[in-house]
Each structure stands twice: as structure tokens, then as C-alpha cells.
Design a protein around this ligand. Structure first.
Ligand code: C2O
Ligand code: CU
Length: 536
């Protein structure tokens, strides 16, 4: 593969892609699948020129009205976040990255249900940015998905104030929604406490899982460039061929960054029965829990006998994890912030952007907590230690016996009664195919993907068919859907396995324009994205 060696080169390949994008639409369209729903065609601007629809835009009165009826607690939770370049220490290895607050994970934000969050963001990065509140059904103009819901926050000093009511309790997270910035350090936990919590937990601990490569001889942008030189900087889902990409892809890589990226891809292929085949492309050199690698773990302090709720967030860009705690059974009690029927197991798989909450009854001692990379080697780990423990956990293993005992699959989880959607015939019934362009690293959504429109109050059904040889964690902004074939399990991100046809249903109760995409950050950048649009 030719290595684009300079900014000039990258700019050339960006233009080349824009031509290519058009060419491939013809090429692929001539085959069995059109490419219309992805990349260049899935432009948000297209919404204003659609076939006679009267679209509800983020700044329209319907959005403000929906906010007025959200149940508010009356409390204000104010925060400030400064995105900036930072040097972080990963077990003695100092890496250059971008972060909120100088660490490899952003500060945990904790609020109560119904609180009004006011978050002042300053952008000290050399690139535009935005901040997305993943999993909470907030007002559309605060969703932080540029250019769909806001203008990006300008590089080198731009500011933006987010202000919204948080309706959903549970384990959520926030991350940059610009380019591959969330594969640097720009993400953190958002915990919304439930005043009516009925889980019986005595305490909780938040575990943010992450795959890390930034600054370890390469960057996320260099990896994208190596995966598909035509894509970096082109921003399939953002660029329209006339304006420069509005987000953070610099589309440049030094020789060394590119060579390291190529190496990670050459050794990255993972394979998992539970996920139906190929799991990932990238062999991440490090995996972190709460910003720390296994060689320098954080300790979770607990009391023996305590019922501890672990709030596990997979903030990785490209890595699914199989999670287990040595010597402990897990009881899954919630996914993506919504309660499930309690399900006991020894291990659970968490796709990118998904959250799983488990309860454990803590045994006296020091216990390795291990998130093993699903499908290939690699692990993140930390230690659970009780106050009375006289032992240490010792060196943390890469895998526990628990990982290969009872695994609970996403398809086996069932929703708590309180989270079940009422049964209703859908007003809209859409079909979307998830596709890949042959051997090239270009992913897409086609079928009805270019015209997912709905009116407020409607029940919407979308059936996704995965025609690719890889699984995809598919995510809807602004809505938590039910998965009928999983008993109506409520989620905002669901794994669609190769060859699988999976239906989701939701109520159109949050007007505006919302992204619907694969949460593999690289698939997303390579075109696997669509929009849900409200019409009048
Ligand atoms: Cu975590 Cu488009 O979102
Ligand atoms: Cu994907």
C-alpha cells in the first residue's frame, strides 16, 4: 500500500476519495446494493432538500417544547470541561494525547435524575470538537453531534455551553463526537442516580474500559489512514466535497506513525464465536480501566459482604470485552442504563458504547477484575480489595477461569417489567442493510437508511440486516429502543452479528434530527451512519 507521506498527500487523497465516493456509488449500485444511504449521500443538509418533507430541525420550537415537559428535579448540576492536549502517564510510559482534565479518562460526572446539567466546554485542541451525551434522551440541540445538531466548537479557544435536563437514570457516558477524538482521551462516565433505585446495592464503582493506541508510536488518524488511505480526512459522513472536514481528522501521519498503524492492523484480526466471526481490525497495544493499564491498576475498595454495583462502560473505539471478577458471580441488573431482569453469570460481553451494570456480593480478599479482549489476546485489569484483606491480588492475569464458565449473551437478557414498551403496531416499518464495500475498508447503511423519517408520537420499527462478515454495535441517538426478539430488552446500542437480521422498535418522542450509526469508531468514520429525522 502506498503511504501518503504528507499533509499535501493526504489532501490529495481526500479529494481522490470524494471522486471515489461517487464512483463507488455507481459501482456498488450496479451490484446488488446501492450505496445511497452512506458516506457522501447521507448528508444532513440533504434533509432540507428531501422529497417534500417538512423537517423538524434542532433549533425548532418542537424541541424546546419537548424539553419543557421533561420531568425536572429543580436542581442544577454545573460542570466545566476543558479539552486540551495532554501528556498522560500509562504505567511509566508518557504519551501525548488529547483529554478533558489531563488524564486518559475524563472526570466522572454524577448527577441525579431530572437534574439540569450545565456544562461549559472550552476547546484548547488544535481541531474542532463537540461533546455528545451518550444514552440520555435529551433535547436535540444539546446532543453534540456536529454538524447534525450544532456547529462544531472551534479549535484553539472555542467555547460552548450545554444545558439540558437529564431524564434517564443509569450508567451513561460522554465523549467527543468529532472524528476519531474519542479514541484519544476525550470520554468519561456520566452517572445518573435514581432516587427510586431498587437494586439493593450498598455502593457502586464505575469501571470505564478503553482500548488505547494514541501516542504509542501512532495516532487514531494514522490508523484510519492505514485502514483506508482514501478515507482519512474525507469524512464520508460529513464532507460534501465543497467544504473542508469540520472535525478533528488531520489526515497526516509521519512515516513512523503510519508504519506502527500498519503493524497494528496486520496483527489485529480477532475472532469470536459469541460475536459471530471477525471482531476487530486493530491490535491495540494497551487496554485501560479508568485510564490505567494492568501494570498500574487502580484499586476498587470495598467491604466484605457488601453488595457492590459495578457500572461497566465500554468506551473503546474498536474493542469488545469479556468481563469477569475472580471468585465472584455476577448478577446483571441493567444495560445501557435500563434495568433488566436479574441474570446471573460468570462473564458478560460488552460491545463498544454499551454499558452493563452488575451486582456482586464482595468476598474478603484482593481479587483481579479482568476485561479480556473478546476475540484475540489483550486485557484491561484492576483490583477489587476489601478493607480487611491481608493479601494482595498479585500480578494481574490476562484471563480468569470465570471468563470461560457461564457467559450471559446479550440475546439472553430480558428487560425489567418497568422498562418494557407497550405492544403497538408500528406506524413506520423500515429496513436497513449494513454493508461493506468488498475488500475495501468502506462501510455503509443502505435500504431505507437515507429516508428514516417519523412523526412525533409514532411507533417506529427498523429491521437491520447485517450483510457483512463483522458484528456492529448499532446505536441510536436520542432514543432507547426495544429489541422484540430479546423479549423487548431496552438498549441504546445493540450488537448485530454477521448474517443476523435484528429488529428494534421505539417511540418517536424526542423531536429533532438524530444520528443512527455503528459505534465501531472506524466503521463510523468509514461511512456506517444514517440519520433519524422528525417531520411535521
Ligand atoms: Cu456514543 Cu454517535 O455516539
Ligand atoms: Cu460496524
Amino acid at each position: 500500500m502506498n503511504r501518503p507521506g504528507s499533509a499535501l498527500h493526504a489532501e490529495t487523497s481526500r479529494r481522490a476519495f470524494l471522486r471515489l465516493g461517487v464512483a463507488s456509488a455507481g459501482l456498488v449500485g450496479a451490484g446488488m446494493l446501492g450505496f445511497a444511504g452512506c458516506a457522501v449521500a447521507a448528508r444532513p443538509e440533504a434533509s432540507q432538500t428531501g422529497p417534500g418533507y417538512d423537517y423538524i430541525m434542532p433549533t425548532d420550537p418542537e424541541v424546546a417544547r419537548a424539553e419543557q415537559v421533561r420531568a425536572a428535579s429543580g436542581r442544577i448540576a454545573a460542570f466545566s470541561l476543558a479539552a486540551a492536549p495532554a501528556v498522560v502517564d500509562l504505567a511509566g510510559t508518557k504519551v501525548m494525547t488529547w483529554a478533558y482534565g489531563g488524564k486518559a479518562v475524563a472526570p466522572e460526572l454524577r448527577v441525579g435524575r431530572g437534574d439540569r446539567m450545565q456544562v461549559a466546554v472550552t476547546n484548547g485542541l488544535p481541531a474542532d470538537t463537540t461533546l455528545h451525551w451518550h444514552g440520555i434522551r435529551i433535547r436535540n440541540d444539546m446532543d453534540g453531534a456536529a454538524p447534525t445538531t450544532q456547529r462544531p466548537i472551534a479549535a484553539n479557544g472555542g467555547e460552548h455551553a450545554y444545558d439540558f435536563i437529564v431524564p434517564d437514570p443509569g450508567t451513561h457516558w460522554y465523549h467527543s463526537h468529532s472524528g476519531l477524538q474519542a479514541d484519544r482521551g476525550l470520554f468519561g462516565a456520566l452517572i445518573v442516580e435514581d432516587p427510586d433505585d431498587a437494586t439493593g446495592a450498598d455502593a457502586d464503582a464505575v469501571l470505564v474500559l478503553d482500548d488505547w493506541l494514541d501516542g504509542l508510536g501512532t495516532t487514531p488518524d494514522a490508523v484510519l489512514l492505514a485502514l483506508n488511505p482514501a478515507l482519512a480526512g474525507a469524512h464520508g459522513h460529513h464532507g460534501d466535497g465543497t467544504t473542508p472536514p469540520p472535525t478533528g481528522v488531520s489526515a497526516t501521519a509521519s512515516d513512523e506513525e503510519y508504519a506502527t498503524a500498519q503493524e497494528l492492523i496486520d496483527h489485529g484480526h480477532g475472532d469470536s464465536e459469541a460475536l459471530g466471526g471477525m471482531t476487530q481490525h486493530i491490535a491495540y497495544p494497551m487496554h485501560l480501566i479508568n485510564g490505567r493499564p494492568p501494570a498500574d491498576p487502580e484499586t476498587i475498595e470495598a467491604l466484605a459482604g457488601q453488595r457492590l454495583r459495578l457500572r461497566i462502560i465500554n468506551a473503546a473505539a474498536e474493542t469488545p470485552y469479556r468481563f469477569a471478577v475472580a471468585g465472584h458471580e455476577l448478577t446483571v441488573i441493567a444495560v445501557d442504563g435500563f434495568d433488566t431482569e436479574p441474570a446471573t453469570a460468570d462473564a458478560v460481553i460488552i460491545g463498544m458504547a454499551q454499558r452493563v451494570d452488575v451486582l456482586i456480593t464482595v468476598s474478603s480478599g484482593a481479587w483481579p477484575v479482568v476485561a479480556a479482549v473478546e476475540g484475540r489476546e489483550g486485557h484491561a485489569a484492576t483490583v477489587l480489595r476489601t478493607a480487611d484483606a491481608s493479601v494482595s491480588a498479585g500480578p494481574l492475569p490476562a484471563r480468569l477461569p470465570e471468563h470461560d464458565r457461564r457467559l450471559v449473551l446479550e440475546s439472553e437478557l430480558r428487560p425489567a417489567q418497568s422498562t418494557v414498551l407497550d405492544v403497538r403496531e408500528p406506524d413506520r416499518d423500515y429496513r436497513v442493510e449494513l454493508i461493506v464495500a468488498g475488500e475495501r475498508y468502506a462501510w455503509g447503511m443502505v435500504g431505507d437508511a437515507g429516508e428514516l423519517v417519523m412523526k412525533q408520537g409514532e411507533r417506529v420499527r427498523i429491521t437491520m440486516t447485517n450483510t457483512t462478515p463483522m458484528w456492529h454495535p448499532m446505536h441510536t441517538h436520542g432514543h432507547t429502543f426495544a429489541v422484540p426478539s430479546y423479549g423487548g430488552l431496552r438498549r441504546d446500542t445493540v450488537n448485530v452479528l454477521p448474517g443476523q437480521e435484528l429488529t428494534i422498535e421505539f417511540d418517536a418522542d424526542n423531536p429533532g434530527e438524530w444520528m443512527f450509526h455503528c459505534h465501531n469508531a472506524y466503521h463510523f468514520e468509514a461511512g456506517m451512519t444514517a440519520n433519524l429525522r422528525y417531520i411535521r
